[in-house]
Design a protein around this ligand. Sequence first.
Ligand SMILES: NC(=O)c1ccc[n+]([C@@H]2O[C@H](COP(=O)([O-])OP(=O)(O)OC[C@H]3O[C@@H](n4cnc5c(N)ncnc54)[C@H](O)[C@@H]3O)[C@@H](O)[C@H]2O)c1
Length: 258
Amino acid sequence: MSGAWASDALKGRVAVVTGAGSGIGRSIAEALAGAGADLLLADLAEAGAAETAAGIARGDIRVEAAACDVRDPEASAALFARAVERLGRIDAAISSAGIGGPAALAHEITPAQWEAVIATNLTGSFLFAAAAARAMVPRGGGSITLVTSQVSEVAQRNCAAYVASKGGAKMLVKAMALDLAPFGVRVNALAPGFTDTPMTRGGDPGHAESRRQSLAHIPMGRMGRPEEVADAAVFLASDASAYVTGTTVFVDGGYLTV
Ligand SMILES: NC(=O)c1ccc[n+]([C@@H]2O[C@H](COP(=O)([O-])OP(=O)(O)OC[C@H]3O[C@@H](n4cnc5c(N)ncnc54)[C@H](O)[C@@H]3O)[C@@H](O)[C@H]2O)c1
């Protein structure tokens, strides 16, 4: 569990996290809990979200789990309605839900493969963030964070659908930050570099090659840990980032410096 933040940094705040059943999303949930937030944790795999919730449950915070498919236009709205109903308010919304793309040259990606990646990583991000904004605008503020990727900034071989989805999400963040600033709602991207999670542990030979290339390119010489990404998520959810909107926070071991 992460411990970089004071245990009351988010005391009394309510955060909703999707993709909370695994990897970076699970670590973000743990870090938010460590900072004292009450949580509604969601995932396509409800059992994963429930396992995360069970792992962090303790007496002084409220933690609930729910199913949520970010591709479903109604699902995120239901999630925020539940957060307000059960936990009383909504302060922060973080989406870590995402899937990797096919390991294929750009011109060999099928339309179905393309659609699948865009549906989760880009359309799902929009649906989640828009539902969060509709819940936050009436109460005059909030923080929305979309987990994007270092590939929102630089391309990677054999990864065009994923790269395009994350680049799109980066610009979605900027556009939403502009629209929502007058309402006190901040919108940011959190871009992990190459991070040790189930997503990067599995994979076919194409992904193994892209893993090898990524590692060779990281100035700090190692993969990131999901807890290191999570600490930046607490920053973006908290008042420590009160003047931060429309930007991307990279947690990438220096990947983008060279
Ligand atoms: N691991 C990395 O190196 C890395 C690097 C950059 C960006 N990212 C991004 O970080 C995020 C988390 O990735 P991770 O490495 O923790 O992967 P992961 O596979 O461990 O976790 C992703 C989670 O998202 C959930 N999910 C997938 N589709 C969903 C949907 N339609 N609705 C709701 N939940 C859904 C999965 O069930 C899973 O629990 C993703 O957006 C990923 O693109 C990861």
